[in-house]
Design a protein around this ligand. Structure first.
Ligand code: SAH
Length: 258
């Protein structure tokens, strides 16, 4: 599983109980995964994590600990977030099976991430907004929240099945067709810079007309994330925004920027 081992990040955000970090490491290792990333864990390293890792201590030792989500997602071009319940964030929802297939496919083209939330409160809305889609494990509607490490196990298992499916004799080779090499996909950080630019440009052209911009921005984020933009497409879009800003400045009689 070397290809997805190198580019798939399992990101645990704000984990409260170190035992869950250990159990998650064990869940991952049994399924052949190794890229454990922790964002601001409450207690780590911690002996409880090692106890519950039960032999997956190597994953704990090599885990990357980040101060914030931006750092954990640096360079990622595809991000999914798991959630135990429907949120107000308008995101497409995937089953674990669909999510695993898309992650394995995307991991062949560069770093990808799967996010897991805090034990008590899950992922925050702003964290889910960084995701291309959310992933829900179908559960008893009256009791829908799995233990964090159990959720990691379910998704790791699906990732293994999806990866195994690419290893069969008729699996695609992954080699690009000569002359049709794809552009590199846009990374999460490039997309964030684009969204900041878009936000500014919409203000500059007075798109919102005094209405609050949050809902429109959330919908536009969903639209752009769904499109799976590559780096070149993003550059074109940024060029359009810059031109719209220039026209708006001209219309206001402001100075022309070279
Ligand atoms: N009360 C929290 C539950 C968090 S459970 C909430 O409502 O969001 C801790 C983490 O485990 C979640 O953030 C998610 O990453 C994962 N998880 C638990 N149950 C899940 C489910 N049914 N589907 C997908 N992820 C789940």
């Amino acid at each position: 599983m070397t290809d997805i081992q190198a580019s798939l990040r399992i990101v645990l955000v704000g984990t409260q109980h170190p035992g869950n970090i250990g159990s998650a490491a064990r869940a991952m290792k049994t399924m052949g995964l190794s890229g454990l990333h922790l964002v601001a864990p409450e207690r780590f390293p911690d002996v409880e994590a090692n106890t519950l890792a039960a032999g997956a201590d190597d994953l704990l030792a090599s885990a990357a600990v980040h101060a914030d989500l931006d750092a954990a997602l640096a360079g990622c071009h595809f991000v999914l977030g798991t959630s135990a319940r429907r949120r107000h964030v308008p995101l497409p929802e995937l089953s674990p099976r669909q999510a695993a297939a898309q992650l394995v496919e995307a991991a062949a083209r560069g770093p990808v991430a799967l996010l897991f939330g805090r034990e008590r409160t899950g992922l925050e809305n702003e964290e889910l907004q960084r995701c291309h889609a959310s992933v829900g494990i179908p559960t008893n509607p009256g009791f829908s929240s799995l233990n964090l490490a159990a959720a990691v196990q379910v998704l790791s298992y699906e990732l293994r099945l999806a990866w195994l499916a690419t290893q069969g004799p008729e699996a695609p080779s992954g080699r690009p067709v000569p002359g049709a090499e794809p552009e590199p996909p846009a990374t999460a950080d490039e997309l964030e810079r684009y969204f900041a630019h878009l936000d500014q440009a919409l203000h500059d052209i007075d798109f919102h007309k005094g209405k609050p911009p949050e809902m429109v921005m959330a919908r536009l984020r969903r639209l752009y994330l769904r499109a799976g933009l590559d780096a070149r497409e993003l550059k074109i879009l940024r060029g359009i925004l810059a031109e719209a800003q220039r026209m708006a400045r001209l219309a206001r009689g402001g100075p022309m920027k070279a």
